[in-house]
Design a binder for this molecule. Structure first.
Ligand code: NAD
Length: 394
């Protein structure tokens, strides 16, 4: 099968297995080029391990400090005439590379919110790994079936309190337009907290603790985003921001539990805005990212998920007590994005952007290239005209 990108709105419905494998190799190469991470984790559980920040932290732990890993994700294998999702191909490529390097790597494809997947994970950890020293919680999901009530909660990306109007871009068509998003009602806000808040993270840690599968001194982290004033109504002050406040509540509760268990810790890392499947679905954010990339690339400070995670692990998490917390107890690898000169440049460009000058004022070309790369397209050295087998299994 010859596989080409088929973009539909903010998703690409095809993925390229060879391209996804090349993307994994690129990320492994980055981590290895930075040298080993002393005192890094040895046994890690990554919940949301197949794409974005979760995948990057798995690669960093494996190839930076030789960690064995169990990765949990929700991906679709190939079906007749249809490619798999990129996270499926990514996870296979990661697993092959890790095992070839002599590292333990196991995977569970299923609903991380369910009790069943948690039980299966505990069985694998008890059987193959022993107590875990790092738990990365990196889910981004549109829905959650609550394991106790059976209620299906759907998350929404909406402002709270009042409608929000701002510029946005359709990255595929290159059209800049104004969008107005009506505010969420209380039920939608509560549902978003149920999906993207911290309850499930706490359930994972409790399940691991009850099964005595957390190593003394274990660390756990989850990710958040704050961003600039341009996106606050839809992000920080919107439904997703409310869920992130709940994630911070969970971080404090988990931190207390882990501290009592051999001096462990739990915290939130605030990461940079990047093109991932999750962020491309948020209105306004793709326009912000296109401007941000333009400025940070010009300054030489641009990073992707793998650079962010490698920096977090090597300069904070495993840098012998150099974990720097902000006033709210979070680590910040959005620090370069939030520099005043970067944000001032964005504020200057923002009001000027139109469909006509999009290519000059923003890095929309870079945005599109990064987006396609998530699906395995545009990787150097991959022949996209060659016949490729879409059916790949672990
Ligand atoms: P992503 O879409 O790339 O990855 C999401 C992961 O969750 C995938 O591995 C997917 O398979 C898994 N997943 C989704 N639903 C699942 C389910 N029910 N069961 C098991 N696995 C499931 O997302 P991302 O952008 O890497 O986001 C990860 C975290 O980082 C989120 O908390 C997000 O808010 C945060 N974050 C993202 C950005 C950004 O700009 N992308 C910035 C800062 C923080």
């Amino acid at each position: 099968m010859i596989i080409k990108p088929k973009v539909r709105g903010f998703v690409c419905v095809t993925a390229h297995p060879t391209g996804c494998a090349a993307h994994i190799q690129e990320q492994i190469h980055h981590v290895m080029s930075k040298g080993s991470i002393n005192h890094g984790p040895k046994k890690i559980l990554v919940i949301g391990a197949s794409t974005g920040y979760g995948l990057a932290s798995r690669i960093t732990a494996a190839f930076g400090s030789g960690a064995g890993s169990l990765g949990i994700f929700f991906e679709r294998p190939s079906e007749d005439g249809r490619t798999a999702t990129p996270g499926w191909y990514n996870s296979i490529a990661f697993t092959r590379a890790a095992r070839a390097a002599g590292l333990y790597a196991e995977n569970l494809n299923g609903d991380a919110f369910s009790t069943d997947i948690k039980q299966q994970a505990l069985t694998i950890i008890a059987r193959d790994m022993g107590p875990i020293d790092l738990v990365v919680y990196s889910l981004a999901s549109p829905r959650r079936t609550h394991p106790r009530t059976g209620v299906v909660h759907k998350s929404v990306l909406k402002p709270l309190g009042a409608p929000y109007t701002n510029k946005t871009v359709d990255p595929d068509k290159g059209i800049v337009s104004e969008i107005t998003i009506e505010p969420a009602n209380e039920q939608e806000a509560a549902d978003t907290v149920a999906v993207m808040g911290g309850e499930d993270w706490e359930m994972w840690i409790q399940a691991l603790a009850d099964a005595k599968l957390l190593a003394p001194g274990a660390t756990s982290m989850a990710f958040s985003y704050l961003g600039p004033v341009h996106t606050w109504p839809i992000y920080k002050d919107g439904t997703i921001g409310r869920a992130k406040v709940d994630l911070e509540r969970a971080a404090r509760a988990i931190d207390a539990k882990l501290q009592a268990h051999g001096g462990g810790r739990a915290f939130i890392s605030v990461n940079k805005a990047l093109v991932t499947q999750a962020s491309s679905a948020i209105p306004v954010v793709p326009l912000y990212i296109s401007i941000l990339y333009k400025i940070m690339k010009a300054q030489g400070t641009h990073e992707g998920c793998i650079e962010q995670m490698q920096r977090l692990f090597s300069t904070q998490l495993y840098a012998n007590g150099r974990l720097n917390f902000d006033a709210e107890g979070r680590t910040r690898v959005d620090d370069w994005e939030m520099r005043p000169e970067v944000q001032a440049a964005i504020s200057e460009i923002w009001p000027q952007v139109t469909t006509e000058n999009l290519a000059q004022l923003t890095d929309i070309t870079g945005y599109r290239a990064e987006f396609l790369k998530l699906f395995g397209f545009g990787l150097p050295g991959v022949n996209y005209d060659a016949d490729v087998e879409p059916h790949v299994t672990f």
